[in-house]
Each structure stands twice: as structure tokens, then as C-alpha cells.
Ligand binder design. Structure first.
Ligand code: AMP
Length: 448
């Protein structure tokens, strides 16, 4: 399937071209025709499936720029998620021949200013967090009642964070025939009354996330353990024999620093960043293509679009601020079924973006450098996960787990879980008794 089959207006294709999307994802293939037909949809899809474009493209395509009223309302449960949606929407409408106004309404921003702006003009596309959008609507400033489509993105998270009442109140303001699109990774029981109340004959589409990284890429995660990153990068580059390795950093200053360090260690290194003139960059790129260099240090300028064949290693000296770039960077290797290795260095402050990357469906293999070799190591979350592993089980249960691994019988998982739960209960009971005993003896002692 191609994007052409959706018969969008030209400007949508221009936006897609700029994004570099070649063909629709599975989510887009399934959802766009349904949304174009005006159906209510429950999209059970996760981040990484391309769902954002799946609803934004057909909805933006249907906006009538000459009507200066709110036509589409989209809610997200956090400011960050709203911001992401807003950025994608802005990128698309930037190509529209007649202006399509997109406004973001989130908490923590200047409400008064927004109220004033709304007196002059209404946006056609509203994106924001439920509380602030409802607030603006209740003030009578944002007129949402004529909207033709309402999207609730990340509905399960909206529910978890306690924003469903706001979304409900908002939904009550629309006309009965509004098109409702609800996206949620899961459909918890508590969400069902809302769906029943507002959605008419909804179609439920379950979509798995697309494979973000090529199968041929080994994706390693290495903790710096407080060591100097430049030194670590040097080690990583010289342990194996990379055919061509690209080190990515977030700023041109960092690229300069890393390049200088590696050059001082005697490596022949090329660098690419926005501070280098386009002419010089072109020259360097040509040399890289000719394999004059084995090592390249670059900013994200080289992560998108620039195609260098045969990159065997990608090293992320830092995690990119925009996580999409992680995929672009790592995707520089493992092309055309060739093997590739991506290595991301991380320190404790990177925990959050790494968790976010994992939520997007990226799987890391934890590694460390030991005696000059790269070896597998334990998962950084092992403490959290330990309760679930065999390490902590009593010997008899461990034997049970091991034996069962070989001969898988139906229901074995349940049985093991039952055993583990039983053990946990016993442990807790013992612990409670121990605490009671020590409390008693303390009491006694204090009386003496
Ligand atoms: P989402 O699931 O909407 O968060 O999208 C996940 C990632 O896929 C984002 O980085 C999008 O920019 C990207 N993406 C969306 N649609 C496509 C497509 N058709 N081709 C390639 N990448 C896409």
C-alpha cells in the first residue's frame, strides 16, 4: 500500500516527503481509511506504531481552512505528549496552501494571553491536556461545540492520571454525531463506560508496534560507571576492528572535544557538524565514502538522510534529546542485511530516556568492558526484577522452575507463580512475626 491510495490533498504529501516516510505503517494502513469514512475507532496501538500520523493526517486533510472555527480537538494526558502531537501537527500544516491554525492548550502556560487570543480568532485544530482545554471551553473562550472529530490519545494513561472526568465533560459538549477516536495501549475495564457512552459502533483495531530497528543490529547499552566517556569511546573503537564507526554526540562542541581526544590518541577521525561549512562537509563526506577514515564523529546532522554504506558501528556518546533520532542514528548501521552494532553509553541521569526508548519497543543488551573485552552483563533494573527471577527462590522452587523449563506442560507458569506467591506469603508472615516479637521485647526492655 502507498500513501497515494488515501487521496490526500497535495500538501499532506509534501509533509510526508519532508518527513522521509516512504510507505504507511500497518497502523496507518488500517486506521486512515476508517477515519476517512468518519467511523468511531478504538485504536489499541502503542507508541512506535505510527498512530500519531494515522489520525493526524486524515483529520488535518479534512479541515476546512475557510471555516474559522474549531474542527478537531485532541487530548493527551501530559504536556510532553501534547507537545509531541503539536509538533507533528505543525510540521504537517506548514505545507497547507491556506493557513490551518493549530493551538496547544496545556497547563503551566499563560492562560490570560490565550483567553485574549481566542477573542480574536479560534483555532481549527486544538491539541492539549484535558484540564486546560476544558477550562478554556468552560470560560466560553474556546468554542469546541462544532468540532467534527475528537481524539483521546493515550486514554489508559488519561484514566490512570485521573483526567477522564475532564475528558467526559468535554465530550458532553460535542454534538452527538461527532467522530470519536480513542487510542489506548490497553482498554481497562474502567474505561469501558466512557467508550460506551460516547462511541457509536466503534471499530476496534489492535496494532502491534513496527519493528523499530533492523534485525541485523545488535543494540548494546553500556554504563559509564563514572568513567570518562571519551576514554571509553576510544576503548570501544579500538577493541574490535570497525569497518566504519560513527560516534554521535548532541552538540558541535562535544563533537569537537571527542574528535580532538581521539585524534590525540592517534586515530584518524573525521567530523561532521553544523559549524562546518557545507563545502567542507561535502569534502569530508566524499572522503568518508572513499573509506579514507575508519572513524567519524558527528551530530544528528549525519543521522538523517546522509547515507554512508557499510557503517559497522554506531556509538551514542549521548542519548539524543529527541528520541526519534536514536532510531535514525542506530539505523545508520545494519543496512542492506549487513550486520551492525550500536552502542549507547549511559549514566544514571539517562535512566528516563532509556526507559522511554524501551517503552517505544527498543530492546537493549546490557554490556560492559572487562579485561579489554566487551562482555554481557546484568540488566540495570535487576533489583526491581529480581523478585521474579530464580535467584531469590528457595532451592526446591528453583529446581521446579529449572525442570519445568525443559518439559513445558500446560499450566506450568501458573503453578510456578502459585509456588512463588506461596513462598512470598510465608516470607511476609515470618517477617511480620519477627517484627511483632522484636516490638514485644522492646516493650519489655523499656518497662525494665
Ligand atoms: P508514533 O507511534 O506515532 O509515536 O510514531 C513512531 C515513530 O514512527 C515516529 O518517529 C514517527 O515519526 C515514525 N513514523 C510514523 N509514520 C511513519 C511512516 N509511515 N514511515 C516511517 N516512520 C514513520
Amino acid at each position: 500500500m502507498t500513501f497515494e491510495s488515501f487521496m490526500f490533498q497535495d500538501f499532506i504529501y509534501q509533509a510526508l516527503k519532508e518527513s522521509g516516510f516512504e510507505e504507511p505503517t500497518e497502523a496507518q494502513e488500517k486506521l486512515i481509511p476508517l477515519i476517512q469514512k468518519g467511523r468511531d475507532v478504538i485504536g489499541q496501538s502503542q507508541t512506535g506504531s505510527g498512530k500519531t500520523h494515522a489520525f493526524l493526517l486524515p483529520l488535518i486533510d479534512q479541515i476546512e481552512p475557510e471555516k474559522k472555527e474549531v474542527q478537531v480537538v485532541i487530548t493527551a494526558p501530559s504536556r510532553e505528549l501534547a507537545e509531541q502531537l503539536y509538533q507533528v501537527a505543525k510540521q504537517v500544516v506548514a505545507f497547507a496552501p491556506s493557513e490551518i491554525r493549530v493551538t496547544k492548550f496545556v497547563g503551566g502556560t499563560d492562560k490570560q494571553r490565550q483567553l485574549e487570543q481566542l477573542q480574536h480568532r479560534q483555532p481549527q485544530l486544538v491539541i492539549g491536556t484535558p484540564g486546560r482545554i476544558l477550562d478554556m471551553a468552560n470560560e466560553g473562550a474556546l468554542l469546541i461545540h462544532k468540532s467534527q472529530a475528537f481524539v483521546v490519545d493515550e486514554a489508559d494513561m488519561t484514566l490512570d492520571l485521573g483526567f477522564l472526568p475532564e475528558v467526559d465533560q468535554m465530550a458532553a459538549k460535542f454534538s452527538d454525531d461527532i467522530q470519536m477516536l480513542v487510542f489506548s495501549a490497553t482498554v481497562p475495564q474502567k474505561l469501558r463506560p466512557f467508550l460506551k457512552k460516547y462511541l457509536t459502533r466503534p471499530l476496534i483495531e489492535e496494532i502491534k508496534p513496527k519493528n523499530l530497528l533492523s534485525e541485523t543490529i545488535e543494540n548494546w547499552l553500556i554504563s559509564t560507571k563514572g568513567q570518562d566517556k571519551k576514554q571509553l569511546i576510544y576503548q570501544l573503537l579500538t577493541i574490535g576492528q570497525p569497518y566504519l564507526a560513527v560516534v554521535f554526540a548532541n552538540t558541535k562542541e562535544r563533537v569537537d572535544e571527542i574528535t580532538e581526544f581521539l585524534q590525540n590518541q592517534g586515530l584518524k577521525v573525521a567530523k561532521i557538524h553544523g559549524g562546518i561549512s557545507p563545502r567542507e562537509r561535502k569534502r569530508v563526506m566524499r572522503q568518508i565514502h572513499q573509506l579514507d577514515y575508519q572513524y567519524v564523529v558527528a551530530t544528528d546532522l549525519a543521522a538523517r538522510g546522509i547515507d554512508i554504506e557499510g557503517i559497522s558501528h554506531v556509538i551514542n556518546a549521548e542519548i539524543p534529546r529527541d528520541l526519534d533520532f536514536f532510531i535514525h542514528r542506530v539505523g545508520r548501521t545494519g543496512r542492506n542485511q549487513l550486520k551492525g552494532t550500536a552502542i549507547t553509553l549511559y549514566e544514571p541521569s539517562d535512566e528516563r530516556p532509556i526507559n522511554d526508548l524501551e517503552k517505544m519497543g527498543i530492546v537493549f543488551e546490557p554490556k560492559e568492558i572487562k579485561n579489554g573485552e566487551i562482555v554481557s552483563t546484568y540488566d540495570r533494573n535487576r533489583r526491581k526484577k529480581r523478585e521474579k527471577t530464580t535467584e531469590e527462590l528457595a532451592p526446591e522452587t528453583m529446581g521446579y522452575v529449572k525442570k519445568q523449563k525443559k518439559q513445558v506442560k500446560p499450566g506450568y507458569k501458573k503453578k510456578i507463580k502459585h509456588e512463588i506467591d506461596k513462598k512470598d506469603q510465608e516470607k511476609r508472615k515470618l517477617e511480620r512475626r519477627r517484627q511483632q516479637r522484636s516490638a514485644k521485647s522492646q516493650k519489655k526492655n523499656s518497662r525494665r
